[in-house]
Design a protein around this ligand. Structure first.
Ligand SMILES: Nc1ncnc2c1ncn2[C@@H]1O[C@H](COP(=O)(O)OP(=O)(O)O)[C@@H](O)[C@H]1O
Ligand SMILES: Cc1ncc(COP(=O)(O)O)c(N)n1
Length: 312
């Protein structure tokens, strides 16, 4: 017995009818999170949930779970660049998303690729410190990001702490300061900057505020906070969702709005989970965000998707 099944007549034709259209391709250059909540794992799960084929170049292996980061092991720069080179040559991604780079020498090497025009529609999530408080960036990374990589990005997605570190100022104390920091970062050369993760106390609890700075001005996106312990990897998920929506043909501002909606949906879906002893992952793939799945990849997303992230 070989275990091979008899193929009924006509099954070939049925298989052919199931062929899906070729998906857009995005490349993520980021660190591995062994717990599967953030980093490369979050990026690939998000790309998959949004109908985008994800290729990856691993920059570092972190020993990590829901309780924190227990070790960081950087890969040699030439090994990272070799992964990027072969993916660029074979799969021709139309969007590149960068997360944890870890070392200044790697940040400079990726910036050189960007300066040479080899990283199309670059989305940079300037990962510096994990939510659990562990450094994910060695000395010199902040400066290398600010001076060499960010100017090549179509979108930069720091949280409020990362924005403050990149500008070498204190964290924003108001939405106005968050907006000023988004514009100050944009002045460094990126096309669009969104500073995420601002919190404003309200009578009902709190609102989460993301501020987008682009040439046309500043936009404040504000929605109620979702109560959950499962928020590990929200920043990676937000940036990779924005990259996926860009790959699907959205404008940068729409991609940011759609990414907000995706993260909020993923946070709501996982709010009751118990995965691990710490802060669990968001529900990257347990989502019906894009249903009905038959929607063509090239068509614009329907209005309910973008309105989820709209300011109120
Ligand atoms: N508890 C929450 N409720 C609603 N939105 C959230 C919550 N936590 C994070 N977000 C949203 O997730 C996205 C990324 O979050 P952020 O906290 O900035 O990520 P990180 O700190 O991991 O980089 C932003 O759109 C932010 O507003
Ligand atoms: C490999 C890797 N990349 C990025 C993050 C940031 O994610 P978070 O802010 O949720 O800790 C992380 N913890 N690990």
């Amino acid at each position: 017995m070989t275990g091979r099944q008899h193929t009924p007549p006509g099954a070939g034709a049925a298989r052919q009818a199931e062929h899906a259209p070729t998906p857009p391709v995005a490349l993520t250059i980021a660190g591995s999170d062994s717990g599967g909540g953030a980093g490369i794992q979050a990026d690939l799960a998000t790309f998959a949930a949004l109908g985008v084929h994800g290729a990856s170049a691993v920059t570092a292996v972190t020993v990590q779970d829901t309780t924190g980061v227990h070790g960081v092991h950087a890969l040699p720069v030439d090994v990272v660049l070799a992964q990027v080179d072969c993916v660029l040559a074979d799969l021709a991604p139309t969007v590149v998303k960068v997360g944890m780079l870890g070392e200044a020498c790697l940040t400079l090497a990726v910036a050189r690729l960007a300066a040479a025009g080899r990283l199309p529609r670059l989305v940079v999530d300037p990962v510096l410190v994990s939510t659990s408080g562990h450094s994910l960036a060695a000395d010199g990374v902040t400066q290398a990001l600010r001076d060499h990589l960010l100017p090549h990005a179509v979108l930069v997605t720091p949280n409020t702490d990362e924005a403050a570190a990149l500008l070498d100022v204190g964290p924003a104390r108001s939405v106005d300061e968050q907006a000023d920091q988004a514009q100050a970062l944009r002045a460094l050369g990126a096309t669009t900057v969104v500073v995420t993760g601002g919190t404003v106390r309200t009578a009902a609890g709190a609102d989460r505020v993301d501020v987008l700075a682009e040439a046309a001005g500043t936009h404040v996106f504000r929605s109620s906070e979702i109560a959950t312990d499962n928020d590990h990897g929200t920043g990676c998920t937000f940036a990779s969702a924005a990259a996926a929506f860009l790959a699907r043909g959205e404008s940068t501002r729409d991609a940011v709005l759609s990414a907000r909606g995706f993260v909020r949906h993923a946070l709501r879906t996982s709010a009751g989970w118990r995965l691990g002893a710490g802060r669990g992952p968001v529900a990257h793939t347990r989502t019906t965000f894009l249903d009905p799945p038959a929607s063509p990849l090239t068509s614009p997303l329907t209005s309910p998707l973008t309105s989820q992230g709209a300011p109120r």
